[in-house]
Design a protein around this ligand. Structure first.
Ligand SMILES: [Zn+2]
Ligand SMILES: [Zn+2]
Length: 105
């Protein structure tokens, strides 16, 4: 049997129409405040569970939060290595960071 490879699953996750919809819904629900640093101007969807580690996770707006990232760096945080901070790219460095997955309704 030939199953879905991990790489293919990751690619599909980011390129499916379902993901594009979930992303739009996520910004409607959570606004443009970066969940990592708390500043505005967040424009990328940051998965609470990284897709690279959990490629088969369900696609849902609740699985993501707004964050600063490629094309949408934070203009308020101190620069990171001389460049505007992309919160979603440097969060992985801090090992042991507790994810806040509690839902606020
Ligand atoms: Zn940020
Ligand atoms: Zn910031």
């Amino acid at each position: 049997m030939y199953g879905l490879t991990r790489e293919r699953a990751i690619w599909l996750h980011h390129h499916s129409a379902e993901y594009q919809r979930a992303r739009v819904d996520m910004f409607k629900m959570f606004g443009r405040t970066c969940h990592l640093c708390g500043h505005g101007g967040a424009g990328v969807a940051d998965h609470l569970k990284p897709v690279a580690l959990y490629p088969f996770q369900p696609i849902s707006p609740l699985a993501m939060r707004p964050a600063h990232g490629r094309g949408y760096p934070c203009n308020e945080c101190p620069q990171h290595n001389g460049k505007p901070r992309r919160c979603n790219e440097i969060k992985g460095i801090r090992v042991g960071t507790k994810l806040n997955t509690s839902q606020e309704w």
